[in-house]
Design a protein around this ligand. Structure first.
Ligand code: NAP
Length: 435
């Protein structure tokens, strides 16, 4: 039997995820080695502050603050520091030293993916990033390998556990947005500054990664349309449930047929009404799920923990075994592909449905007036519900669901409704997805 030398692993970061990865390698090294066919040796763990308390028992002699030297002496570098710098420079340095890289850093991949993938392909190195989207859930490898022979048509993902936790509490407990956010912060799901989660930046980074992978096209994160959940109200959530929907923050990546016969890619993040019958409606708490529609495979759903140190470490260790096996077997491995190079479709050109809530004066002729606004913009109404409130000055709340329309027409309809003299207020607009 051929004896392989140990595969040297450098770990950058020993925080929530990194400490768990170190712990698993140190405690289950023999089992991992048996799966790989060679020994795995953790040669060092780079941190910022060597005296910080760790959640795993990492021998002090492995801890270093000299990440640069560490990455130049490893076969596989696992980056779990987060942030753009020094993670970017260290990963490029690792690649140029001939190492394969594993990272969970969605921000880095969404902003600098092409630079990193290009550098890797020049030297035949590989980048693994299963943990960068939806924590423990296997979704990168299914898209990159299992579905490589299929044509993905659409991905709908609940990829931010914090916002799902918040929206779920509003829906199931009738809490306000403020109270749910406070609870998310108290439980450690949300940061003290929750902007990245509640404004959809985190989900947009994941949408960029998923869209790029699924459609073999580089989708820059600044071309992902983004709306957060901060404008969603308890009233909207309750009205949605009464109508048979639940509101979820969705990351959507979609293949779009263009008028000139070509295909484009749409990547977008917004809160949307999802029918209660859709599998994504059953994703509660801080869980994540990614619903994939492919031409041959049909619908697939991947569900599980989207974050957490030990859970995310599972995805990192899966990448580690794959990367280490390649060191044993050799060969080029799976590379990133951007061959389709499809145009990115702006939000104005996508097709969706709107659910519009209006406050109107309750007087004869109002409905006809509103109907004419819809028909002027070529938008067809699918449902209309009216509730009259007030006695002396009767006003009505109208909830109007549209058929599928082009976003630009739907948005123009809302603008025209807001400007109409019979409309007192457009009190809510939500897209409907998953029908
Ligand atoms: P974390 O708890 O903040 O840990 C970061 C670690 O990196 C710490 O050990 C820190 O050192 C070290 N570090 C930071 N800057 C450094 C620098 N300049 N030089 C050397 N070491 C440095 O982060 P985390 O939650 O484990 O997240 C790590 C990565 O995984 C991020 O990209 C994150 O987006 C991703 N991720 C996390 C989760 C999750 O549930 N936490 C889920 C999916 C993906 P000190 O300990 O000395 O400060």
């Amino acid at each position: 039997m051929i004896e392989y030398r140990n595969i040297r692993i450098a770990l950058l970061g020993a925080g929530s995820v990194g400490a768990q990865v170190a712990d698993q390698i140190l405690r289950h090294g023999d089992e991992l080695a048996a799966r790989v066919g060679a020994g795995l040796e953790l040669v060092g763990v780079a941190v910022r502050n060597p005296d910080s308390a760790r959640t795993a028992d990492i021998p002090q002699h492995l801890i270093t603050t000299d990440a640069e030297t560490l990455v130049r002496n490893a076969d596989i570098v696992i980056e779990l520091m987060g942030g753009i710098e020094p993670a970017r420079t260290l990963i490029l340095s690792a690649i140029n030293s001939g190492a394969d890289v594993i990272t969970a850093n969605k921000a880095l991949l969404a902003h600098h993916g092409p630079e990193i993938f290009d550098a890797a392909s020049q030297v035949g190195a590989q980048i693994f990033y299963e943990a960068a989207v939806a924590g423990a859930i296997p979704i990168i490898r299914p898209l990159r390998e299992s579905l490589a022979g299929d044509r993905v048509s659409r991905i709908l993902g609940i990829v931010n556990g914090t916002t799902n936790f918040i929206l779920d509490r509003i829906d199931t407990l009738g809490e306000s947005m403020e109270a749910s956010l406070q609870m998310a912060q108290d439980l450690g799901y949300a940061e003290a500054d929750p902007t990245a989660d509640v404004e959809g930046f985190d989900a947009a980074q994941k949408a960029a990664i998923l869209a790029s992978l699924a459609f073999h096209t580089h989708v820059p994160v600044d071309q992902v349309y983004r709306e957060g959940i901060t404008k969603v109200s308890l009233d909207q959530v309750q009205a949605a449930r009464k109508a048979g929907y639940v509101i979820k923050l969705l990351a959507i990546a979609e293949r779009v047929a263009l008028e000139d016969g070509r295909e484009g890619v749409s990547a977008r993040v917004y809160p949307a009404m999802v029918p209660l019958t859709h599998p994504l409606a059953a994703v509660h708490g801080a869980y994540n799920a990614v619903f994939v529609e492919a031409e041959a495979a049909g619908s697939l759903m991947f569900y599980g923990a989207g974050a957490g140190g030990i859970q995310t470490a599972s995805a990192v260790l899966g990448d580690l075994v794959t990367a280490a096996r390649r060191h044993v077997i050799g060969g080029p491995g799976v590379v990133e592909s951007a061959h389709a190079n499809m145009p990115i479709v702006p939000i104005s050109a996508i097709s969706t449905r709107y659910n519009i809530t209006l406050e109107v004066t309750d007087a004869p002729g109002v409905l006809a007036n509103i109907a004419s606004v819809f028909s002027t913009h070529g938008v067809s109404v699918e449902s209309l519900e009216q509730k009259t409130v007030g006695v002396e000055v009767p006003t009505a709340t109208l909830v109007i669901g549209t058929h599928v329309g082009i976003e630009a027409d739907l948005a123009a309809t809302v603008d025209a409704l807001a400007a109409s003299p019979v409309v007192e207020r457009v009190s809510g607009v939500l897209r409907v997805e998953g029908l």
